[in-house]
Design a binder for this molecule. Sequence first.
Ligand SMILES: [Zn+2]
Length: 571
Amino acid sequence: MALVPGPYRPYTSMGLPTYTNHGPLSQPERLKIVYINDTHEKYRAFPGLVSAFHHFQSQAAQEGRDVLKVAAGDWNISNEPQQLELNILLRNLMQLDFTTLGNHEFDGGTHMLGIALKKANFKTIATNLIMTPNSEMYKRYLEQKVITGPAVFRAPSGTTYGVVGLAIPNVKRLLNPDAVVDGNGTLPLKESIARLEQDIAYLEGSGINKIILVSHAGYDVDKKIARNVAGIDVIVGGHSHTELKGIVPDVNYFRSKRGEPVMVVQTGKDAHALGVLDVSWDPYGRVYPTKNHLYNPLLMFPPDPTANALIDRYLGPQKPMGWITEDVSTENARSGGENIVANQVADAIWSTTHADIGLLRGTELRSDLYKGAFTDRDLKTLLPFNDNIAVFQMTGADLNAVLDESARCMKAHEGHPGMVHPSRNLRYAVDLAVGKTISAQYFNPKTHQWEPLDPQKKYTVATGDFIAKNEVEYPVFKQVPIVQHLPFKIRDAFGWYIQSLGGRPPVFPLDGRIQAINQQESQPEWGSRQPLANQNVSATPPWNAFASAHGYSTLQTSLKKESPRSLAVSA
Ligand SMILES: [Zn+2]
């Protein structure tokens, strides 16, 4: 079916006002924008976020300001209908006015998303959304829950604001091909900007000169829009996970080509922060930001009990699986180097699959670990994706290509596709000056020696099978055979590892398996680490029970090379 853009039609929430230029105002018009982006289903933080939205709503009332509450996409991350619905009910509790669509909103397909949006009390706004007639999204469009043009937002004070939305352009390139999107998608960047300009022209033609863009195009694109698209006053952005604090010229405060000020805000990611921007407009529609603060919803606001109860109702009470003794960050796992959680997850993949090597893409890790009980909900927040593990057959040359791409991402600080983390029997050193892998060694279980990856030799490599389906990331995985699809996910593998500790907290060591060096100044220091020290796991490995429960008897046999390997590490 050919893709057709949705009909272009402005939406008005309360009927387009007859807006007359009322001349200079005695009081500047004042707005508080409360914003979030890329919250990625961080349920731990959401009850605090709900309280925070309520708090700033009443603060705005006390200050005599209008308030606009927006979320700039990537709220979702999973593809389960029940969670999509929960996410929408939580946004209703926050009394959000507008959200736009990030790439993760498409994870489960727009069919499922469209159905879930029936319950939304907020507007989803994206000028560049492509819809096919009769799709569920299109039905929401007809119900004016989804808007593909400019929206007019009239605050109780009577002041009228224009709101425009930009979903992530060309979303197809980031999609899981399994997602059912009914031919829906988003326009490429250039066409998206052209529609944005039409929206703004429409609003300005209607006499509306206070315009807010909700965007999931990323910081670099938002900056270009701020400078090159006239008429926008504030851009609430997302996708690039950029934390923009304060009001800093040429960082988040720009001049448009008309010479008017434009403010760009973004909170970072994972509900680490909620942003509050106070702005005023002069009678000519020029915006003046007076305050832009980020607040930590976990630390600063008491959890809202209604939100807590709602989350428990949808996700069930949390089941403790283990214990974490200190907060552990996964912040650097996408491009920053070796990470202790990534190490353990890669080891869990290796141990449960019995492939030669386990690999974890850093982008799989979507949360930090927090001190205290580690629950099934924490596990799902850490590893939310539902793709199963597959075992690929790769030559050493194929693996070197993967590690080179990883090195390039480390040099460029690129989170997409991001770096890979190996199990502890593979180690590699990256020359950060050139973004190349200069040494990669595999621990040969027969000789008990580290040896360079042999370009000719075949290795079995276990990792999430998303990489085989995604169009653009790590292309080598599309060219090599898959020797086995396993019936479990990375999340299961790590969960079994945590359970196998029987309540003992995991010890998270860095073992130097990824080294970032400047080759001109130093050489990798590998030390004399033996990765396969044979320690015993006291509990019966839970994956045996899983295998028999699922009628899957080959977990231990088809790829088995030796007895189950211990993941325990000596303290
Ligand atoms: Zn995104």
